[in-house]
Structures are given as C-alpha cells and as structure tokens.
Design a protein around this ligand. Sequence first.
Ligand code: ZN
Length: 148
Amino acid sequence: MSLLYELYQEIIIDHSASPRNEGHLVPMTHFAEAYNATCGDELTLSLQVVDDRIKDVKFHAQGCSISKASGSMMTEKIKNMTIGEASEFSQKLQTILSSDHLNLLSEEAMGDLVALLGVKQFPMRIKCATLAWHALDHALINSLRSIS
Ligand code: ZN
C-alpha cells in the first residue's frame, strides 16, 4: 500500500468512527433520504437554510464506513455555503469520483474529501462515496417550505 493510500484510509476511518454533525436537525428547512442498494447504505440529511445559506446540517447514516465518512466530510464542507455553492461543489465532486476530470476542484478545496479519491480504485464502492451527495442534491431542491 502506498503512503497516500494509507493517509486516505486514516481519514475515512476517522470520519466513520467519529462522524461530524451526526443526527437529525430540528427545526430544519430541507430534508432528503438516500439509499444505495448496491451496498445497503441508508442516509438521511437535514439542513437549516437561512437567507439562501446553509446555517446548519446534520446527517445520519447506516451502512459502510465510506458512506458514513463521505456524509461526515460533506457536512463539514457545505456548512455556511450558499445553496448555489453547495450544489456546484456537489456536481464537481460527483464528476471527479465518476470520471477522470480530477482537476475540477483543487486539493485545497476538497480538504479531507481527497480521501474519497482512494475509492476510485473500487468502482463498486463509488456509490457509497456519492450517496451523501445525492442526498444533498435532493435536499437542496426539496425545501419543506415550498411543500407546506
Ligand atoms: Zn457502502
């Protein structure tokens, strides 16, 4: 195993063992749940959006360490982003994970999320890494206010 790969593993294990922003947000303005049938991962995501900005976010995941770690890292990354920024970041990250367009986001912009690049060696697990981001996409267009 390469040093880089070991570093990726450490980040994934750290986030899955102690997930950041774990739980359910009350009150919340946006919500989504997502399911990855390939691995059996389940994830819920709740957001508190104020004036177009994500003021708070919590997630709850049941499943493998990659889906948990991805959710944990996502909540840290998108907090305080605008809806537009979070949506754009999500699209870029998912493109990076599912294609060879690695230059869409700088290493600095990705932060801990670079660890997900290790998953690209295991195509079956890419859905585990993108599950939280699919949930985010759904949550951002699923405002509770607009349906109440
Ligand atoms: Zn999984």
